[in-house]
Design a binder for this molecule. Sequence first.
Ligand SMILES: C[S@@+](CC[C@H](N)C(=O)[O-])C[C@H]1O[C@@H](n2cnc3c(N)ncnc32)[C@H](O)[C@@H]1O
Length: 383
Amino acid sequence: MTALRTFDVACTLGLETVLEDELKALGAGNLRPRRGGVVCEGDLALGYRACLWLRSAVRVLERLAVFDVDVEQDLYDRVAAMEWEALLGPDDTLAVEATVRGSVHASPQFAALRVKDAICDRFRERTGRRPSVDREAPLLPLHLRLVKGRATLGRDLAGESLHRRGYRPIQVKSPLNEATAAGILLLGGYDGTGFMLDPMCGSATLLIEAAWIATDRAPGLDRRFAFTAWPDFDEPAWREIVGEALERLRPTTEARFVGVDIHGGALTIANKSIEAAGVDHLLEVGRGDIDTWRPDAPPDWLFTNPPWGERLTGDVERSWGALAELLRECPGVRAHVLSGSPELSGRLRLKADRRWPVRSGQIDSRLLRYLIHERDEQGAVSR
Ligand SMILES: C[S@@+](CC[C@H](N)C(=O)[O-])C[C@H]1O[C@@H](n2cnc3c(N)ncnc32)[C@H](O)[C@@H]1O
């Protein structure tokens, strides 16, 4: 348990600094940010904590091997020489995912196949039996990264993306996943206090994640992770880690969370998610058009991702205009708008004091911060 391991933790592009801070808070050492993630060191318990607590991460890999692949056969040989018997048995299941760039292996699928073959052949030679492939729920989910002849092979502690918290009734098509939503809140400095508004809340992801931050709820508390079925699973250590998280969880908070949306269908999903996330006593969401809807008090925080699309429709433009008006009427608010369209955010006619690039879905977006002043005779201005 105490042996030092290397973890490669992945996040959405743009959230690396947030992830680094989160890992630091968990006690990770030797942190090295990379594009779309952070590499760090710690014991196995750090890996468990990372799965349970990281809000902005999507995957926690424990590195098993790093080696050079000069010719195609190197990959097979190096993998076949590893001591797989410590990690799975011949009757267990595995799955291999690969990302390949600038390598002798033409495709990720082929590289993944070679890793799988090397492991299975090793078992067959030694025991006459071999593990089988299960893409849905393998005992051992492996990930190979092969970049410019350098291979990094790791096991995926969670087994499924960490953004799948388990509260969404269906995976909605919204590009803002749960981990990105939480990461955006942390990037904007959200501290779990005061009045938070999302005036275009959709399925309420930002509000749910905000409520979980405010109540210090570990985002992985209701999940089952792949590592709990591994031969080296340290159950007492995991129980202690979960026990601490349950103790930290606050049933309620002084903070307030309000959301509105024009679309009834989105609110149906929002309400189901809110209930499943156990925050229905904290969140107030309802139907409204921000053209006319106004909060009953000025919010301290506003986080939202308004609609944008490849084609700009009149409705989308009208909504951005309405958002601009609403922002002007919220003096003192720290407003954060995730925008995938500079043309639309330009329509706010407010000057952002900070902009962070964040990749949301397949879109290069910006998180824009507007600090709104008190209204004066000239009208509101951003601070
Ligand atoms: C990109 S989605 C937000 C997704 C959301 N963050 C989530 O977690 O699902 C934009 C939302 O803005 C809503 N919307 C658009 N115009 C609006 C308006 N004038 N007033 C209120 N909501 C509006 C849409 O119905 C849609 O749900």
